[in-house]
Design a protein around this ligand. Structure first.
Ligand code: KG4
Ligand code: ZN
Length: 356
């Protein structure tokens, strides 16, 4: 039988199956991860091989090294995910892989690995957008969560406020007009002499700092729900350079706390505005920056004050992992999304969004 027709029929059969297990792979940046997810909500197994230590030697992700490390690790993480689940490929119903956005070489490793597996195991392959994966981490952590809801996606490359109308259906309400929140954290961290990845290290340093030490400008943007972090970052860098030129030792903890406060205040203000104006009752956080301690605490307070429900992925599900890809894949499967062997990596893949 024609392979693609066979895959289509298998995928359609899954749409009415009571228990669907998806083996998912994520390799868009510097984590090689595999996971088995049941019905989009339950983690059967999850393995993450982080390359952070390798890239930390260079102060940031080196794309070529990332690709090679993914090639080394992809078979191992898949074997490990199956082993931890006590399963073989015959217990798996479908495969899923991140096709973008991300680093092209890194993405290609996962895409080719899963295309090869799909070919040999004859399991249908579901392509997943990485951002959709981050949003879906919330379906794992909050079992009762159903769209519609507002989602603040804040990662190394993206800062979006979206209305999630239905599974896999988004309206973009606002986004950063320049740097992403994670990118801003990483750049500010570098000036404070912190290594990669800067965001979590800056946040740790900020714990003992005075967040009123440095007054940073309130970013001005046209769109009601848009962000801008580049002005903040420049003001921060200038203040640090000036102190260094004057021979002053940097009060690193106070600077970190001031910067973190400025970014988090801006994220909270826009996200809460979007929830209130949407008339929806639920706000979800997603992406690496949603692991930020201050963001989580401040949003929790605001949710109590304004009476909306706040969902946040467990800390380890905020940063890159394959469980979130398996969750997104389950809902894509329900819509009939299927890759064929021409699937390619798309480094700048955008989410399919409706206009406001
Ligand atoms: O979602 P993610 O793991 O990868 C991308 O898809 O980009 O996000 C990584 C970003 C990095 O910029 C990292 O510094 C930031 O998330 N990040 C944090 C924290 N944990 C990760 N930023 C601030 N505070 C944190 N605790
Ligand atoms: Zn990510």
């Amino acid at each position: 039988m024609n392979t693609q027709l066979e895959m289509k029929q298998k995928l359609e059969a899954l749409q009415s199956k009571a228990s669907v297990r998806i083996l998912a792979m994520e390799s868009s940046c510097d984590e090689t991860a595999a996971a088995i997810i049941e019905n989009g909500r339950t983690i059967v197994s999850s393995v993450i091989f982080s390359q952070v230590d390798t890239h930390a030697l260079y102060g940031g992700v080196v794309p070529e090294i990332a690709s090679r490390a993914h090639v080394d690790a992809c078979d191992r993480v898949i074997d490990q995910a199956l082993l931890e689940a006590n399963m073989t490929f015959s217990d798996v119903d479908a495969l899923a892989v991140t096709y973008g956005p991300g680093l092209v070489g890194a993405l290609l490793t996962g895409v080719n690995c899963m295309k090869g597996l799909s070919y040999t195991t004859r399991l249908p392959l579901i392509p997943v957008n990485h951002i959709e994966g981050h949003v879906s981490a919330n379906f794992i952590t909050t079992a009762e969560l159903e769209p519609p809801f507002i989602c603040l996606v804040v990662s190394g490359g993206h800062s979006h406020i979206m209305k999630v109308n239905d599974y896999g259906e988004y309206t973009l309400l606002g986004q950063t007009v320049d740097d992403a929140a994670g990118e801003a954290f990483d750049k500010a961290a570098r000036v404070l002499g912190l290594n990669y990845p800067g965001g979590p290290l800056l946040s740790k340093l900020a714990e003992d700092g005075d967040d009123t030490y440095l007054k940073l400008p309130n970013p001005k943007v046209e769109g009601r729900y848009d962000f801008s972090f580049s002005g903040l970052k420049t003001a921060f860098l200038n203040a640090c350079h000036k102190m260094t030129q004057n021979g002053q030792e940097l009060p690193r903890a106070d600077l970190a706390a001031s910067f973190e406060r400025a970014v988090v205040d801006s994220l909270c203000a826009k996200a809460v505005l979007a929830v209130k104006e949407s008339g929806l009752q639920t706000l979800c956080l997603a992406g690496g920056v949603s692991a930020n301690r201050r963001l989580r605490a401040q949003m929790t307070e605001l949710s109590r004050k304004h009476g909306f429900k706040l969902c946040m992925p467990e800390l380890w599900l905020c940063t890159d992992n394959a469980a979130m890809i398996g969750s997104a894949a389950y809902y894509e499967m329900k819509k009939g999304t299927l890759a064929d062997l021409s699937l390619n990596a798309i480094p700048s893949a955008a989410l399919q969004v409706k206009k406001k």
